[in-house]
Design a protein around this ligand. Structure first.
Ligand code: UFG
Length: 324
C-alpha cells in the first residue's frame, strides 16, 4: 500500500514506519519536527517536513494514497491541563484539516492514535472499549473529540477508520540493525525519566502522589511494548472496513504502580534510584488497565514482549546508546 504516516519522526510513528517498510509498503512521512527527530525517519521513507494542517500539499487528488496513519499530536496529559489551548488546536483543529485533506484526496483508510486517557477514572476494570468515556485531562478530551469526528466521517463519507487506544507505551525497537526508541524534550514520562536518573542526567525521580485509591497509593498504568503496539497498526490496516469506525484498546491487561515501575527500573539498570514524593499531577486518573480482548479476537493481535523487564530493558539499551 501507499501510506502517509503523520508523526513518523516521533516514537510510535517511527517504529511503525519501520514495520510498514519491512512489510513492503511504500511510506511517506509527514512531520513538522516540532517534537519529532529527523534521524528517527526511516531512510527508505519519503520525508515531507510540514504540518498536518498543510497535509493537502501531499494528499493531492491524484496522489493515490491507500491510507493515512495519524500519529502526529501532543501527548503530555499533565501539560494539557496547563496549556489546553495548544491541545485543542493541534489535536483537534489541525487533525480536522487533515481529515478534510483525506476526504478531498479520496483516501479510503485512516488509522488514528487514540489513547486510554479518553476513559478517565474507570468504573470497571479492565477497561473495555464500551466503558464510559469521561476524560480527566484535556489531552484525553481532545483525542476523544477526534474519535467522534472519525465516527461521523466513516458513516457519512464511507471512510474505513480505526482508532487504536494506546495504554502506556514503553520499550524500544531493537532488531535487524535498527534501534528506534523514545526521546522527548523535555521528557515527562515515568520510564524515560527513571532512565535519566539512572544515567545520572537527572538528580532524582519524583513520584506524583501516593494517596490514590490503589494498593500502594501510587497511580497504576498498563504498559505495552512499542513493538507490539506498532504491529497492531499493520493488523488494523488489514481490518479497516469502509463505512465503519472500529475502536481497539491496546494494553497487556496488567497494571503496575508507579512504585513498582521504579523497582523494576532499579533491577534493570542496577542503580538505586533516588525517589522523592511530590504532590499529585493535575489530571492523572488513578488506574488505567486495558481489556484488549477485542483486538485479540478481531485483529488476531498477540503481544509478545509483555513484561515490564523486557520493556524497560529495551528502553535502557536504546537510552544508553542513543540518548545518554
Ligand atoms: N509520573 C511520576 N513522575 C514523573 C512522571 C510521571 O510520578 O516524573 C507518574 C504520573 O503522574 C502517572 C504515571 O507516572 O501517574 C505515568 O505518567 P506518564 O506521564 O508516564 O504517562 P501518562 O499515564 O500520563 O500518559 C501516557 C501517555 C499518554 C497516554 C496514556 C495512556 O503520555 O499519551 O499514557 O495511559 F494516553
Amino acid at each position: 500500500m501507499k501510506l502517509l504516516v503523520t508523526g513518523g519522526a516521533g516514537y510510535v510513528g517511527s517504529v511503525t514506519s519501520r514495520l510498514l517498510l519491512d512489510a513492503g509498503h511504500e511510506v511517506t512521512v509527514l512531520d513538522n519536527l516540532v517534537t519529532g527527530f529527523r534521524a528517527a525517519v526511516a531512510p527508505e521513507a519519503t520525508f515531507v517536513e510540514a504540518d498536518i494542517a498543510d497535509a493537502a500539499q501531499v494528499l493531492t487528488p491524484g496522489s493515490g494514497f491507500d491510507a493515512v496513519l495519524h500519529f502526529a499530536g501532543l501527548i503530555a496529559a499533565g501539560e494539557s491541563m496547563v496549556k489546553p489551548e495548544l491541545y485543542w488546536h493541534d489535536n483537534v483543529v489541525k487533525s480536522l484539516a487533515l481529515l478534510d485533506a483525506v476526504r478531498a484526496a479520496g483516501v479510503p483508510r485512516f488509522i488514528f492514535s487514540s489513547t486510554a486517557a479518553v476513559y478517565g477514572n474507570p468504573v470497571e476494570l479492565p477497561i473495555t472499549e464500551n466503558a464510559v468515556k469521561a476524560p480527566t485531562n484535556t489531552y484525553g478530551a481532545t483525542k476523544l473529540t477526534f474519535d467522534h469526528a472519525l465516527t461521523s466521517e466513516a458513516f457519512a463519507h464511507n471512510l474505513a477508520a480505526v482508532s487504536l487506544r494506546y495504554f502506556n507505551v514503553a520499550g524500544a525497537y531493537i532488531s535487524g540493525g535498527h534501534e528506534i526508541g523514545e526521546r522527548h524534550d523535555p521528557e515527562t514520562h515515568l520510564i524515560p525519566i527513571t532512565l535519566q536518573v539512572a544515567a545520572g542526567k537527572r538528580e532524582k525521580l519524583q513520584i506524583f502522589g501516593d494517596d490514590y485509591p490503589t494498593a500502594d497509593g501510587t497511580c497504576v498504568r498498563d504498559y505495552i511494548h512499542v513493538q507490539d503496539l506498532a504491529r497492531a497498526h499493520l493488523l488494523a490496516l488489514d481490518a479497516a472496513t469502509a463505512g465503519e469506525h472500529r475502536i481497539y484498546n491496546l494494553g497487556n491487561g496488567n497494571g503496575f504502580s508507579n512504585k513498582q515501575v521504579v523497582e523494576v527500573a532499579r533491577e534493570v539498570t542496577g542503580v538505586d534510584l533516588p525517589v522523592e514524593l511530590a504532590p499529585r499531577r493535575e489530571g492523572d486518573p488513578a488506574t488505567l488497565v486495558a481489556s484488549s480482548a477485542r483486538a485479540r479476537e478481531e485483529l488476531g493481535w498477540v503481544p509478545e514482549k509483555n513484561t515490564l523487564q523486557a520493556m524497560i530493558g529495551d528502553a535502557w539499551s536504546f537510552y544508553r546508546s542513543h540518548v545518554a
